[in-house]
Design a protein around this ligand. Structure first.
Ligand code: FO1
Length: 322
């Protein structure tokens, strides 16, 4: 680390797990009066709906760090109303099972307008980041459109949001695909921030549909392999179970067991072509530490429940010290 008190930190993050962890990292770095962290956010679950571009994971992190998110639902704006959504439903527009809140629609309209005027996705994210003091630098993983599709066992192909939100991940998936990924490039600043980081943290987000698309952007794995930063992952699995969401279904679909050690093996050690130097395991999974070490990844056992900002700050501090 260049300056032990002021590490340069990059967090790779998805939706709820990523935004919660980012809030803890911001609190920890605030204590050290360090450079703000750079949060590289998954854009694989973005979509066009009713003429507007939605970026659920970007908005989750943005709203959470701005103190504007709906903590009960886990998505959208606190205190939102649904008048426009009711009109869209009356017109038969959009998806009847997907709610666009009025305040949230303001974000989507602003974003879509700027995109239509020719701004790149990263320029739009930079503009969205100016409204509230976020205390971090938000970057999309790429400026390219690479939505996630789910190929089902029965041969159907659904947009990730339809599979996740409408069917609650109950339809058996065979594979996840990101059309356009081969031609995507990392957004400006992504490779540079990884190269100059002291620590890169993989947030406890869904390894398949949140972290997976970020690692799949051509150039990002190469940047992780080349950086002198330590790369530390935080397990999204505690006591052999997903903390939130439906990551277990996604892991099963790609042949990975729902366990902290199996997810560490899925990411792999940097020494064997993977991405991890160290892996934060929950105390409930301490028995897996030896098998993580056998992968060439340093296991660090710690409390991993992100109960509140203070507990999450402590997890971020452990990740920085791992
Ligand atoms: N999740 C839901 O379960 N139901 C919704 O109606 C819904 C609407 C929605 C609108 C905008 C947005 O940015 C996110 C929204 N989400 C909704 C969350 C989202 O579908 C997923 O939880 C994430 O994409 C997974 O990371």
């Amino acid at each position: 680390m260049a300056q032990s008190e002021q590490p340069r930190v990059v967090v790779i993050a998805g939706g709820v797990g990523g935004s919660t962890f980012s809030e803890g990292m911001r609190a920890e770095l605030g204590r050290r009066s360090a450079d703000p962290a750079t949060i590289i956010v998954n854009t694989g679950d973005d979509l066009w709906l009713s003429g507007v571009r939605l970026q659920p994971d970007i908005d989750s992190v943005l709203y959470r760090l701005a103190g504007q998110n709906d903590m009960v639902r886990g998505w959208g704006r606190a205190g939102d109303s649904e008048r426009v959504n009711a009109e869209l439903q009356a017109w038969g527009a959009g998806w009847s099972w997907f709610t666009l809140g009025d305040l949230d629609l303001g974000t989507h309209l602003a974003r879509t307008g700027w995109l239509r005027e020719g701004a790149t996705v990263s320029e739009v994210v930079a503009r969205l980041s100016q409204r509230w003091p976020l205390g971090v630098r938000l970057l999309p993983m790429t400026d390219a459109e690479v939505d996630t599709h789910v190929l089902l066992e029965d041969g159907r192909r659904l947009h990730f949001q339809e599979w996740w939100t409408r069917h609650r991940a109950t339809l058996a998936p065979r594979a996840f695909e990101n059309p356009g990924m081969d031609a995507a490039t990392p957004a400006p600043g992504v490779v540079e921030s990884i190269a100059r980081a002291d620590v890169v943290v993989l947030a406890p987000s869904n390894p398949v549909v949140s972290i997976g698309p970020v690692l799949a952007v051509p150039g990002i794995r190469e940047a992780l392999s080349a950086t002198s930063a330590r790369i530390v992952g935080v397990s999204p699995i505690i006591g052999g179970r997903v903390v939130r969401g439906m990551a277990d279904v996604c892991l099963t679909a790609i042949g990975v067991e729902t366990s902290a050690a199996a997810v560490a093996a899925h990411y792999g050690s940097r020494s064997s072509g993977g991405v991890l130097d160290a892996w934060l395991l929950a105390e409930e999974d301490a028995a897996s530490a030896a098998s993580v070490a056998a992968l060439g990844i340093r296991p660090v056992v710690a409390p991993l429940w992100m109960r509140d900002v203070e507990a999450t700050r402590a997890i971020a501090a452990t990740a920085l010290e791992a």
